[in-house]
Design a protein around this ligand. Structure first.
Ligand code: AQP
Length: 342
Protein backbone atom coordinates (compact mmCIF):
# COMPACT_ATOMS: atom_id res chain seq x y z
CA UNK A 1 0.00 0.00 0.00
CA UNK A 2 1.68 3.23 -1.06
CA UNK A 3 1.45 5.98 1.55
CA UNK A 4 -0.40 9.10 0.39
CA UNK A 5 0.91 12.45 1.58
CA UNK A 6 -1.33 14.12 4.15
CA UNK A 7 -0.94 17.87 4.57
CA UNK A 8 -0.18 18.86 8.20
CA UNK A 9 -3.43 19.57 10.04
CA UNK A 10 -3.81 19.97 13.80
CA UNK A 11 -6.87 18.82 15.77
CA UNK A 12 -7.55 18.83 19.50
CA UNK A 13 -10.37 19.33 21.97
CA UNK A 14 -11.38 19.61 25.61
CA UNK A 15 -14.54 18.53 27.38
CA UNK A 16 -17.02 21.04 28.82
CA UNK A 17 -17.18 18.88 31.93
CA UNK A 18 -16.38 21.71 34.36
CA UNK A 19 -14.09 24.70 34.58
CA UNK A 20 -10.93 24.52 32.54
CA UNK A 21 -8.01 23.88 34.90
CA UNK A 22 -4.43 25.03 35.03
CA UNK A 23 -3.59 21.45 33.92
CA UNK A 24 -5.68 21.78 30.74
CA UNK A 25 -4.11 25.19 30.11
CA UNK A 26 -0.47 24.19 30.56
CA UNK A 27 -0.82 20.67 29.14
CA UNK A 28 -2.90 21.52 26.10
CA UNK A 29 -4.28 24.98 25.42
CA UNK A 30 -1.06 26.90 25.57
CA UNK A 31 0.39 24.51 23.00
CA UNK A 32 -2.72 24.86 20.82
CA UNK A 33 -2.27 28.62 20.69
CA UNK A 34 1.42 28.20 19.81
CA UNK A 35 0.56 25.85 16.93
CA UNK A 36 -2.05 28.30 15.65
CA UNK A 37 0.49 31.12 15.86
CA UNK A 38 3.07 29.03 13.98
CA UNK A 39 0.66 29.28 11.02
CA UNK A 40 -0.45 25.63 10.95
CA UNK A 41 -4.00 24.71 9.95
CA UNK A 42 -5.65 24.25 13.35
CA UNK A 43 -9.06 22.86 14.34
CA UNK A 44 -10.08 23.04 18.02
CA UNK A 45 -13.29 21.59 19.34
CA UNK A 46 -15.37 21.75 22.51
CA UNK A 47 -16.08 18.03 22.79
CA UNK A 48 -19.55 18.12 24.30
CA UNK A 49 -20.42 14.57 23.15
CA UNK A 50 -17.47 13.31 25.20
CA UNK A 51 -18.66 15.24 28.25
CA UNK A 52 -21.99 13.36 28.33
CA UNK A 53 -20.23 10.01 28.76
CA UNK A 54 -20.69 10.88 32.45
CA UNK A 55 -23.83 12.62 33.75
CA UNK A 56 -24.06 16.34 32.97
CA UNK A 57 -26.88 18.57 34.10
CA UNK A 58 -28.32 19.92 30.77
CA UNK A 59 -28.47 23.59 31.81
CA UNK A 60 -24.94 23.44 33.24
CA UNK A 61 -23.64 21.68 30.12
CA UNK A 62 -24.83 24.49 27.83
CA UNK A 63 -23.20 27.06 30.13
CA UNK A 64 -19.97 25.04 30.40
CA UNK A 65 -19.82 24.70 26.60
CA UNK A 66 -19.98 28.48 26.13
CA UNK A 67 -17.57 29.04 29.01
CA UNK A 68 -15.04 26.64 27.52
CA UNK A 69 -15.36 28.40 24.16
CA UNK A 70 -14.76 31.70 26.00
CA UNK A 71 -11.67 30.16 27.62
CA UNK A 72 -10.35 29.11 24.19
CA UNK A 73 -10.73 32.68 22.95
CA UNK A 74 -9.35 34.22 26.14
CA UNK A 75 -6.24 32.01 25.94
CA UNK A 76 -5.48 33.35 22.46
CA UNK A 77 -7.28 31.12 19.99
CA UNK A 78 -8.50 33.27 17.14
CA UNK A 79 -11.55 32.22 15.08
CA UNK A 80 -10.04 33.94 12.04
CA UNK A 81 -7.02 31.61 12.22
CA UNK A 82 -8.38 28.43 13.85
CA UNK A 83 -11.65 26.61 13.34
CA UNK A 84 -13.43 26.69 16.74
CA UNK A 85 -16.70 24.83 17.27
CA UNK A 86 -18.55 22.37 19.46
CA UNK A 87 -18.54 18.74 18.44
CA UNK A 88 -22.30 18.04 18.49
CA UNK A 89 -22.87 20.63 15.74
CA UNK A 90 -20.91 18.46 13.29
CA UNK A 91 -22.68 15.07 13.13
CA UNK A 92 -19.86 13.55 11.05
CA UNK A 93 -17.93 12.91 14.31
CA UNK A 94 -20.63 10.62 15.71
CA UNK A 95 -21.22 8.94 12.35
CA UNK A 96 -17.57 8.05 11.79
CA UNK A 97 -17.38 6.92 15.43
CA UNK A 98 -19.98 4.24 14.63
CA UNK A 99 -17.78 2.86 11.86
CA UNK A 100 -14.85 2.88 14.29
CA UNK A 101 -16.96 1.04 16.88
CA UNK A 102 -16.95 -1.71 14.28
CA UNK A 103 -13.19 -1.45 13.62
CA UNK A 104 -11.76 -1.18 17.15
CA UNK A 105 -11.42 -4.45 19.09
CA UNK A 106 -12.78 -5.00 22.60
CA UNK A 107 -9.30 -6.04 23.72
CA UNK A 108 -7.96 -2.62 22.71
CA UNK A 109 -10.64 -0.76 24.66
CA UNK A 110 -10.11 -3.00 27.68
CA UNK A 111 -6.57 -1.68 27.96
CA UNK A 112 -7.58 2.01 28.19
CA UNK A 113 -6.50 3.30 31.58
CA UNK A 114 -8.79 6.34 31.48
CA UNK A 115 -11.87 4.09 31.36
CA UNK A 116 -10.56 2.14 34.34
CA UNK A 117 -9.88 5.37 36.27
CA UNK A 118 -13.20 7.01 35.44
CA UNK A 119 -15.40 3.93 35.79
CA UNK A 120 -13.74 3.13 39.10
CA UNK A 121 -14.83 0.07 41.05
CA UNK A 122 -18.42 0.10 39.79
CA UNK A 123 -17.66 -0.65 36.15
CA UNK A 124 -21.05 -2.26 35.49
CA UNK A 125 -22.71 1.12 36.16
CA UNK A 126 -20.50 3.10 33.73
CA UNK A 127 -22.15 4.26 30.49
CA UNK A 128 -21.43 2.40 27.26
CA UNK A 129 -20.38 5.81 25.92
CA UNK A 130 -17.55 6.04 28.46
CA UNK A 131 -16.27 2.68 27.24
CA UNK A 132 -16.27 3.61 23.53
CA UNK A 133 -15.08 7.19 24.19
CA UNK A 134 -11.69 6.48 22.50
CA UNK A 135 -13.47 5.47 19.27
CA UNK A 136 -15.27 8.82 19.19
CA UNK A 137 -11.96 10.55 19.87
CA UNK A 138 -10.42 8.67 16.93
CA UNK A 139 -13.31 9.88 14.76
CA UNK A 140 -12.83 13.48 15.99
CA UNK A 141 -9.27 13.38 14.71
CA UNK A 142 -9.61 11.25 11.59
CA UNK A 143 -12.77 12.87 10.21
CA UNK A 144 -10.45 15.82 9.43
CA UNK A 145 -7.50 13.65 8.31
CA UNK A 146 -5.64 15.46 11.10
CA UNK A 147 -1.96 14.59 11.36
CA UNK A 148 -0.98 16.21 14.68
CA UNK A 149 -2.82 16.09 18.00
CA UNK A 150 -1.49 18.29 20.82
CA UNK A 151 -2.57 16.75 24.14
CA UNK A 152 -1.49 16.29 27.74
CA UNK A 153 0.29 13.10 28.81
CA UNK A 154 -3.00 11.48 29.96
CA UNK A 155 -4.36 11.39 26.40
CA UNK A 156 -1.33 9.68 24.82
CA UNK A 157 -2.89 6.23 25.01
CA UNK A 158 -6.04 7.42 23.22
CA UNK A 159 -4.05 8.96 20.37
CA UNK A 160 -2.12 5.71 20.05
CA UNK A 161 -5.45 3.86 19.80
CA UNK A 162 -6.46 6.32 17.07
CA UNK A 163 -3.38 5.24 15.13
CA UNK A 164 -4.31 1.56 15.63
CA UNK A 165 -7.84 2.23 14.37
CA UNK A 166 -6.56 4.12 11.31
CA UNK A 167 -4.06 1.35 10.54
CA UNK A 168 -6.68 -1.42 10.89
CA UNK A 169 -9.21 0.46 8.74
CA UNK A 170 -6.56 1.07 6.06
CA UNK A 171 -5.48 -2.58 6.20
CA UNK A 172 -8.98 -4.12 6.28
CA UNK A 173 -10.26 -2.04 3.37
CA UNK A 174 -6.97 -2.13 1.46
CA UNK A 175 -6.59 1.61 1.06
CA UNK A 176 -4.34 4.06 2.93
CA UNK A 177 -7.25 6.41 3.57
CA UNK A 178 -6.59 7.62 7.12
CA UNK A 179 -3.32 9.20 8.33
CA UNK A 180 -1.52 7.86 11.39
CA UNK A 181 -1.90 10.96 13.56
CA UNK A 182 0.90 11.83 15.94
CA UNK A 183 0.39 12.86 19.55
CA UNK A 184 2.24 16.11 20.31
CA UNK A 185 3.06 16.05 24.01
CA UNK A 186 5.27 19.04 24.54
CA UNK A 187 5.82 21.82 27.01
CA UNK A 188 7.04 22.21 30.54
CA UNK A 189 3.95 20.72 32.22
CA UNK A 190 2.41 17.85 30.27
CA UNK A 191 1.01 16.30 33.46
CA UNK A 192 0.02 18.78 36.16
CA UNK A 193 -0.89 16.99 39.39
CA UNK A 194 -3.66 17.63 41.93
CA UNK A 195 -2.87 20.21 44.62
CA UNK A 196 -4.22 17.75 47.23
CA UNK A 197 -2.52 14.56 46.05
CA UNK A 198 0.72 14.52 44.06
CA UNK A 199 -0.06 11.06 42.66
CA UNK A 200 -3.31 12.13 40.92
CA UNK A 201 -3.56 14.40 37.91
CA UNK A 202 -5.27 17.76 38.27
CA UNK A 203 -8.74 17.25 36.82
CA UNK A 204 -11.87 19.32 36.13
CA UNK A 205 -14.09 16.65 37.56
CA UNK A 206 -12.20 16.00 40.82
CA UNK A 207 -14.82 16.32 43.59
CA UNK A 208 -12.48 18.66 45.52
CA UNK A 209 -12.31 22.18 44.08
CA UNK A 210 -9.20 22.72 46.25
CA UNK A 211 -7.38 20.10 44.13
CA UNK A 212 -7.21 22.38 41.10
CA UNK A 213 -6.84 25.94 39.90
CA UNK A 214 -9.66 26.87 37.53
CA UNK A 215 -9.16 29.48 34.84
CA UNK A 216 -12.27 31.18 36.25
CA UNK A 217 -10.84 31.46 39.82
CA UNK A 218 -10.25 34.98 41.14
CA UNK A 219 -6.93 36.12 42.64
CA UNK A 220 -7.92 35.40 46.24
CA UNK A 221 -9.11 31.90 45.42
CA UNK A 222 -5.91 31.10 43.52
CA UNK A 223 -3.78 32.37 46.43
CA UNK A 224 -5.82 30.38 48.95
CA UNK A 225 -5.61 27.16 46.93
CA UNK A 226 -1.84 27.46 46.56
CA UNK A 227 -1.42 28.31 50.27
CA UNK A 228 -3.39 25.18 51.19
CA UNK A 229 -1.71 22.95 48.58
CA UNK A 230 -0.31 19.81 50.14
CA UNK A 231 3.49 19.77 50.55
CA UNK A 232 6.08 18.20 52.81
CA UNK A 233 7.99 20.00 55.56
CA UNK A 234 11.37 20.23 53.76
CA UNK A 235 12.57 23.40 52.00
CA UNK A 236 13.19 23.31 48.24
CA UNK A 237 16.47 21.53 47.36
CA UNK A 238 19.13 22.77 44.96
CA UNK A 239 18.77 19.90 42.49
CA UNK A 240 15.87 18.34 40.62
CA UNK A 241 16.98 14.80 41.43
CA UNK A 242 16.32 15.51 45.12
CA UNK A 243 12.64 16.05 44.24
CA UNK A 244 12.23 12.53 42.81
CA UNK A 245 10.38 11.28 45.92
CA UNK A 246 8.57 14.53 46.68
CA UNK A 247 5.69 14.59 44.15
CA UNK A 248 3.80 17.54 45.65
CA UNK A 249 6.90 19.73 45.84
CA UNK A 250 7.91 18.72 42.33
CA UNK A 251 4.44 19.57 41.04
CA UNK A 252 4.51 23.09 42.47
CA UNK A 253 7.97 23.63 41.03
CA UNK A 254 6.82 22.36 37.61
CA UNK A 255 3.84 24.71 37.68
CA UNK A 256 6.07 27.66 38.59
CA UNK A 257 8.56 26.83 35.83
CA UNK A 258 5.82 26.42 33.22
CA UNK A 259 4.12 29.69 34.15
CA UNK A 260 7.45 31.55 34.28
CA UNK A 261 8.52 29.89 31.00
CA UNK A 262 11.84 28.98 32.61
CA UNK A 263 13.56 25.60 33.02
CA UNK A 264 12.86 24.09 36.49
CA UNK A 265 16.62 24.13 37.21
CA UNK A 266 16.63 27.93 36.87
CA UNK A 267 13.72 28.23 39.30
CA UNK A 268 15.58 26.01 41.78
CA UNK A 269 18.64 28.25 41.53
CA UNK A 270 16.45 31.10 42.76
CA UNK A 271 14.54 29.18 45.45
CA UNK A 272 17.03 26.54 46.71
CA UNK A 273 16.73 26.42 50.51
CA UNK A 274 13.47 28.41 50.56
CA UNK A 275 10.65 27.02 52.70
CA UNK A 276 7.15 26.72 51.20
CA UNK A 277 6.08 29.74 53.24
CA UNK A 278 8.28 31.72 50.81
CA UNK A 279 7.78 29.71 47.62
CA UNK A 280 3.98 29.46 47.75
CA UNK A 281 3.29 33.22 47.87
CA UNK A 282 5.74 33.69 44.95
CA UNK A 283 3.91 30.99 43.00
CA UNK A 284 0.51 32.52 43.82
CA UNK A 285 1.68 35.93 42.62
CA UNK A 286 2.96 34.45 39.36
CA UNK A 287 -0.21 32.41 38.79
CA UNK A 288 -2.42 35.44 39.36
CA UNK A 289 -0.28 37.55 37.01
CA UNK A 290 -0.50 34.92 34.26
CA UNK A 291 -4.11 33.80 34.69
CA UNK A 292 -5.70 37.10 35.75
CA UNK A 293 -5.88 38.56 32.23
CA UNK A 294 -7.36 35.28 30.89
CA UNK A 295 -10.04 35.23 33.60
CA UNK A 296 -10.90 38.89 32.97
CA UNK A 297 -11.23 38.27 29.22
CA UNK A 298 -13.41 35.20 29.83
CA UNK A 299 -15.77 37.29 31.96
CA UNK A 300 -16.03 39.91 29.19
CA UNK A 301 -16.72 37.25 26.57
CA UNK A 302 -19.33 35.50 28.72
CA UNK A 303 -21.31 38.76 28.82
CA UNK A 304 -22.21 38.13 25.15
CA UNK A 305 -23.22 34.46 24.78
CA UNK A 306 -24.88 35.17 21.40
CA UNK A 307 -21.47 36.12 19.99
CA UNK A 308 -19.96 32.91 21.35
CA UNK A 309 -22.76 30.91 19.72
CA UNK A 310 -22.14 32.75 16.46
CA UNK A 311 -18.41 31.86 16.56
CA UNK A 312 -19.21 28.20 17.34
CA UNK A 313 -21.83 28.02 14.57
CA UNK A 314 -19.51 29.57 12.01
CA UNK A 315 -16.68 27.23 13.06
CA UNK A 316 -19.03 24.23 12.80
CA UNK A 317 -19.92 25.18 9.20
CA UNK A 318 -16.24 25.35 8.30
CA UNK A 319 -15.48 22.09 10.13
CA UNK A 320 -18.40 20.30 8.45
CA UNK A 321 -17.14 21.40 5.03
CA UNK A 322 -13.92 19.46 5.68
CA UNK A 323 -15.47 16.50 7.51
CA UNK A 324 -18.42 15.66 5.29
CA UNK A 325 -16.47 14.63 2.15
CA UNK A 326 -14.12 12.51 4.30
CA UNK A 327 -17.10 10.83 5.98
CA UNK A 328 -18.80 10.28 2.59
CA UNK A 329 -15.65 8.61 1.23
CA UNK A 330 -15.41 6.45 4.38
CA UNK A 331 -18.98 5.20 3.80
CA UNK A 332 -18.14 4.42 0.18
CA UNK A 333 -14.98 2.52 1.18
CA UNK A 334 -16.99 0.46 3.69
CA UNK A 335 -19.60 -0.30 0.98
CA UNK A 336 -22.58 1.60 2.37
CA UNK A 337 -25.01 2.63 -0.37
CA UNK A 338 -25.65 6.39 -0.56
CA UNK A 339 -28.40 7.18 -3.08
CA UNK A 340 -30.34 10.10 -1.58
CA UNK A 341 -30.51 13.24 -3.73
CA UNK A 342 -29.56 15.98 -1.27
N1 AQP B 1 -3.53 17.57 34.73
C1 AQP B 1 -3.25 17.77 33.44
N2 AQP B 1 -2.00 18.13 33.06
C2 AQP B 1 -1.72 18.34 31.75
N3 AQP B 1 -2.64 18.24 30.76
C3 AQP B 1 -3.88 17.89 31.10
N4 AQP B 1 -5.01 17.70 30.38
C4 AQP B 1 -6.01 17.34 31.22
N5 AQP B 1 -5.57 17.30 32.48
C5 AQP B 1 -4.25 17.63 32.45
C6 AQP B 1 -5.11 17.87 28.93
O1 AQP B 1 -6.15 18.80 28.68
C7 AQP B 1 -6.77 18.49 27.43
C8 AQP B 1 -8.26 18.52 27.58
O2 AQP B 1 -8.67 17.48 28.46
P1 AQP B 1 -10.14 16.92 28.40
O3 AQP B 1 -11.08 18.00 28.70
O4 AQP B 1 -10.37 16.22 27.12
O5 AQP B 1 -10.29 15.81 29.47
P2 AQP B 1 -9.31 15.11 30.41
O6 AQP B 1 -8.02 14.78 29.77
O7 AQP B 1 -10.04 13.95 31.01
O8 AQP B 1 -9.09 16.30 31.45
P3 AQP B 1 -9.76 16.52 32.84
O9 AQP B 1 -9.49 17.93 33.23
O10 AQP B 1 -9.30 15.45 33.75
O11 AQP B 1 -11.32 16.39 32.55
P4 AQP B 1 -12.35 15.43 33.23
O12 AQP B 1 -12.20 15.66 34.71
O13 AQP B 1 -13.70 15.83 32.72
O14 AQP B 1 -11.99 14.05 32.82
C9 AQP B 1 -6.23 17.12 27.01
O15 AQP B 1 -5.27 17.30 26.01
C10 AQP B 1 -5.59 16.59 28.25
O16 AQP B 1 -4.50 15.74 27.97
Amino acid sequence: MSEPKFEPRVFSGAQPSGNLTLGNYLGALRRWVAMQDEGLETIYCVVDLHAITVWQDPAKLAHATRELAAAYLACGLNPARSILFNQSQVPAHAELAWIFNCVARLGWLNRMTQFKDKAGKDREAASAGLYVYPNLMAADILVYHATHVPVGEDQKQHVELTRDIAAKFNHDFGTPFFPLAEPIIEGAATRVMSLRDGSKKMSKSDPSDMSRINLSDDADTIAQKIRKARTDAEPLPDSLTLLADRPEARNLLTIYAALAEQPPETVLEEFAGAPFSVFKPALAELAVARLGPITARMTELMADPAEIDRILGDGADRAAAIAEPILARSYEIVGLVRSRQI
